[in-house]
Design a protein around this ligand. Sequence first.
Ligand code: SF4
Ligand code: SF4
Length: 129
Amino acid sequence: MSSNIETINIIKEISGVNPLRCMKCGKCTASCMAYDEMDIKPHQFVSYIERGDLESLMLSESLYKCLGCFACVERCPRNVQPGKLIDAVRQTVIRQRGAEGMTTEEIRQLITQEVPQQLLVSAFRRNRR
Ligand code: SF4
Ligand code: SF4
């Protein structure tokens, strides 16, 4: 549990998100273009972090459905930036997975004509760190 708290604190630090600023207005979720695909919605991400439920977030499909468009970041009236929180949780999962992550060749094989260009751009932005 204490390592969970430490990880949550690291996630808050690298994302710059303070969940206590959230006023639960739902504007982030209302502006999310991946809404239908997300099992945990952007505003819920903030609430999960606030109550310390990291496991659910780390298992969430939303980590891989979020397009990284940051519409939720722009729409938030309290500058909570839920998209950055999702990004930070996804990075944490990838780092913990270590060598089990995908290789460049495996990714290349998954790219088809149907893959939205926006997804490729946001994936590039996330993974070139
Ligand atoms: S960054 Fe992700 S969570 Fe935020 S609006 Fe875009 S798709 Fe939705
Ligand atoms: S838009 Fe901002 S303040 Fe409103 S629910 Fe989303 S994170 Fe919270």
